[in-house]
Design a protein around this ligand. Structure first.
Ligand SMILES: Cc1cc2nc3c(=O)[nH]c(=O)nc-3n(C[C@H](O)[C@H](O)[C@H](O)COP(=O)(O)O)c2cc1C
Length: 119
């Protein structure tokens, strides 16, 4: 069922655990503009930390952003004022070779501005 709710991505059902990361809307206008996005930032931080901690334990994850919020809420009985932000399968990869050093990383100069916006 969760495969269908994640746009047919079969691998979401291959791991022993599928984390469904949710947040209750805090209606906090962070930075004076974020409004309802504030909760998404908080949950994204938590899930990102989860992925890093998982990697340190030799576990694999994959950020899943293609999913149907309303249908997952119905399927898992998630309350109305809570929304799904992301999902990730969690488990030991069948092939540990999937953990490879990052290649083609952008140069720092391409992504960082000093003192003033440049780019
Ligand atoms: C917002 C967002 C949504 C994503 N949704 C999916 C998804 O539904 N399925 C998927 O296989 N990868 C998805 N990805 C991509 C991966 O989870 C991951 O970021 C990508 O494979 C690069 O990971 P790596 O840098 O660790 O190799 C998404 C990435 C982002 C940033």
């Amino acid at each position: 069922m969760m495969i269908d709710l994640c746009e047919g991505q079969k691998f979401v059902a291959e791991a022993p655990v599928l984390v469904v990361a949710c947040g209750r809307n805090i209606h906090y206008n962070r930075g004076g503009w974020m409004g309802d996005y504030s909760m998404i930032v908080d949950v994204a931080i938590a899930v990102d930390h989860l992925t890093l901690a998982a990697r340190a334990e030799g576990l694999g994850t994959c950020w899943i952003g293609s999913f149907d919020n309303e249908c997952i809420k119905k399927f898992l009985n998630i309350p109305e004022d809570v929304n799904v932000v992301a999902l990730t399968p969690l488990g030991y990869p069948a092939n540990p070779d999937v953990f490879q050093p990052v290649r083609d990383r952008k140069k720092l100069e391409e992504i960082i501005s000093y003192e003033t916006w440049s780019g």
